[in-house]
Ligand binder design. Structure first.
Ligand code: NAD
Ligand code: UD1
Length: 336
C-alpha cells in the first residue's frame, strides 16, 4: 500500500513510518515541520536504509495535498498532523481549531476530490473527559475539558458524518492514551524544546541533569499511592496499532473509534521507580501542588482493539523507560 502520513516527521508519525516501511508499505510524509526537525528524515534513512519521500507543506493547503495524493498514487492517509499542547490550546483556541479542525477538513476534501477513502485519525483519550467509570471504553460519554480535546472530538464527529454520507469511507479514530518511549535505535523519539509538559520527557531531562528535579503534581489523589495514574503505551506498540488499523480497514468500511492503550494504570511514583531501575540511580523529586485540570486516574479498556484489530500492546514499562533513556543519552546537547 502507498500511505500518506501527514505529520509523519513528528513523534508518533516517524515511528509509524518505520513500522509501515519495514512491513513493505510505501510511505510518503507530508509535514510543515512546525513541531519537528528536518533531521528526522536523515535519521529515518539510517534506520530504514533508504530515504522516504517528504513534502514540506501545510495540510491546510488543500491543492498541495490533492497533488501529493495524485502524484504518489496514495491508497490511504494517516492523519497525525496537529497541534497538541493542552495549555496553549486554552490560551490560543483559534490556532488549535484552525490547525486541527480546518487542517483535517482540508485533507478530507483533498481525499474526496481524488477519490481516496481510507483514513486513520490521531484522536486522543482526552475526548472522554471526566471519567464516569473506568476503564474508559469507546462508548463512554465524550466531554473534553479543553479546546485541544474539542478539536479532536469535532474531527471525530465530522468523520462520523462523512461515513454516514458515503458508505465507501473507511475511517478509524484511534484514541491514544499516553504514548512514551522511543525506537530501539535511539535515533528517533520525543524531544520537546524547553521544559516538557509531559511526565516521561520531564523525567528524562532530570535524569540527564538538564533539569534539577521532578515536581510530582499532587500526592493526595484517591489513587493507589496518592499520585496520578495513567495508561502509558510504548510508541512502537502504538505504531503497530496503526498498521493493524489499516489492515482492518482494508476489509471494513464505516467509522470506528478504537482505544489504543495497554489497559494498565501506572502511577507517577511507579513510573519514576521503573525509570530509576533502568538508570540505577535515584532521581531528585518533590511533591508539589496538583496541576490544575489534571484528572486523578484514567486508563483504557482495550478489548475492542484486541477483538477488531487483533492488536494488543506488548512492551513493558521497563521497555518504555529504557528506550526513552537510550534516546535521551544519544541526543544530549554537548554541554551535558
Ligand atoms: P508531534 O507534534 O510530534 O507531531 C505532529 C506533526 O505534525 C509535527 O511533525 C508537526 O510539524 C506536524 N504538523 C502540525 N500541524 C501541521 C500542519 N498544519 N501541516 C503539516 N504538518 C503539521 O505530535 P505527536 O505526539 O507525534 O502527535 C501526533 C498526533 O497524535 C497529533 O494529532 C496529536 O494531537 C495526537 N495525539 C498525541 C498524543 C501524545 O501524547 N503524543 C496523545 C494523543 C493524541
Ligand atoms: C496530557 C494532556 C493530554 C494528552 C496527554 C498525552 C494535559 C492536561 N493533558 O495528559 O491531553 O492527551 O498528555 O500525552 O496536559 N506529572 C507530574 N509531573 C510532571 C508532569 C506530569 O507529576 O512534571 C504527572 C501528571 O500530574 C499526571 C501524570 O504525570 O498525573 C502524566 O502527566 P502527562 O504526561 O502530562 O499526561 P496527562 O496528564 O495524561
Amino acid at each position: 500500500m502507498r500511505i500518506l502520513l501527514t505529520g509523519g516527521a513528528g513523534y508518533i508519525g516517524s515511528h509509524t513510518a518505520v513500522v509501515l516501511t519495514q512491513a513493505g508499505h510505501e510511505v510518503v510524509i507530508l509535514d510543515n515541520f512546525c513541531n519537528s526537525q528536518r533531521s528526522v528524515l536523515e535519521r529515518l534513512k539510517s534506520i530504514l536504509g533508504k530515504g522516504l519521500l517528504c513534502i514540506d507543506v501545510d495540510v491546510r493547503n488543500t491543492a498541495s495535498v490533492s497533488k501529493a495524493l495524485r502524484d504518489y498514487q496514495i491508497d490511504a492517509v494517516i492523519h497525525f498532523a496537529g497541534l497538541k499542547a493542552v495549555g496553549e490550546s486554552v490560551q490560543n483556541p483559534l490556532k488549535y481549531y484552525a490547525n486541527n479542525v480546518q487542517g483535517s477538513i482540508s485533507v478530507l476534501q483533498a481525499m474526496q476530490e481524488v477519490g481516496i477513502k481510507t483514513f486513520v485519525f490521531s484522536s486522543s483519550a482526552t475526548v472522554y473527559g471526566d471519567p464516569k467509570y473506568l476503564p474508559y471504553d469507546e462508548d463512554h460519554p465524550t466531554q473534553p475539558m479543553n479546546p485541544y480535546g474539542w478539536t479532536k472530538l469535532q474531527v471525530e464527529e465530522i468523520l462520523h458524518d462523512l461515513s454516514k454520507s458515503d458508505p465507501q469511507w473507511k475511517i478509524s479514530c484511534l484514541r491514544y492514551f499516553n504514548p512514551v518511549g522511543a525506537h530501539d535505535s535511539g535515533l528517533i523519539g520525543e524531544d520537546p524544546n524547553g521544559i516538557p509538559n509531559n511526565l516521561m520527557p520531564f523525567i528524562s531531562k532530570v535524569a540527564s541533569g538538564e533539569l534539577p528535579q521532578l515536581n510530582i503534581f499532587g500526592n493526595d489523589y484517591l489513587s493507589k499511592d496518592g499520585t496520578g495514574e495513567r495508561d502509558y503505551i510504548h510508541v512502537m506498540d502504538l505504531a503497530d496499532g496503526h498498521m493493524a488499523a489499516l489492515d482492518f480497514l482494508s476489509n471494513n468500511s464505516g467509522w470506528h473509534a478504537i482505544n489504543l492503550g495497554t489497559g494498565v494504570s501506572t502511577s507517577v511514583l511507579e513510573l519514576v521507580e521503573a525509570f530509576e531501575g533502568v538508570i540505577h540511580k535515584k532521581l531528585p523529586k518533590e511533591f508539589v501542588e496538583r496541576r490544575p485540570g489534571d484528572l486523578p486516574i484514567y486508563y483504557a479498556k482495550v478489548d475492542k482493539a484486541k477483538n477488531t484489530l487483533g492488536w494488543e500492546a506488548k512492551r513493558s514499562l521497563q521497555d518504555m523507560c529504557r528506550s526513552s533513556w537510550d534516546f535521551k543519552k544519544k541526543n544530549l546537547s554537548p554541554a551535558q
